[in-house]
Design a protein around this ligand. Structure first.
Ligand code: SF4
Length: 180
């Protein structure tokens, strides 16, 4: 019996809380089954540090809030045949986009001056520059599949990946909803 070809998957989180990746891990024992069908070639969940030239499926959690986020989203778009926005932050901007209602300088003041008692300073070195406004992933790069939810359930992630493994285009609207 021939071994079915695995699909390659890469994941990254941009401006997100990692909750969408935690939901991925909530697949629990199904991860073992998934490992027979999927090679995770780049992700915070594995050690690989470089995105391969060609990846079948890219999954992005989080919004585009900084220059690093933008660079990563463009890199994924360039290297991934199919790109998935995973979770409300990626799909709508969600929590990170709440700062769009305020001036960036006021947000920084609030975080690094008004709410601290020691070492009042706005970090400028070793941190990526923030962008304004915060955008969902499709605000900067083309997205093929949207999987809303905060976070999307493990069942929804399972459905989407299995549809892709079977060569079908998933319709996550039947298994997802916005919010928790
Ligand atoms: S969608 Fe929700 S769980 Fe996912 S990164 Fe955003 S806040 Fe976290």
């Amino acid at each position: 019996m021939s071994t079915p070809t695995k699909i390659t998957v890469a994941t990254a989180w941009l401006d997100g809380c990692s909750g969408c990746h935690m939901s991925f891990l909530d697949l629990d024992e199904r991860l073992i089954e998934l490992a027979q069908k999927v090679d995770i070639v780049y992700s915070p969940l594995v050690d690989t540090k470089e995105l391969p030239d060609r990846v079948d499926v890219g999954i992005l959690e989080g919004s585009i809030s900084s220059e690093d986020d933008l660079e990563k989203a463009r890199l994924f778009r360039a290297h991934c045949h199919l790109l998935i926005s995973l979770g409300d932050c990626a799909v709508t901007g969600n929590v990170p986009a709440m700062r769009n209602h305020f001036k960036l300088a006021d947000v920084m003041d609030r975080a690094y001056r008004e709410n601290v008692t020691l070492q009042l300073q706005i970090p400028t070195r070793g941190v990526p520059a923030l962008l304004t406004p915060v955008k969902p992933v499709h605000g900067e790069v083309k997205v093929d599949v949207f999987v809303p939810g905060c976070p999307p359930s493990a069942d929804a992630i399972w459905y989407v990946l299995n549809e892709l493994i079977e060569g079908r285009t998933p319709d996550p609207s039947s298994v997802t909803r916005f919010g928790a």
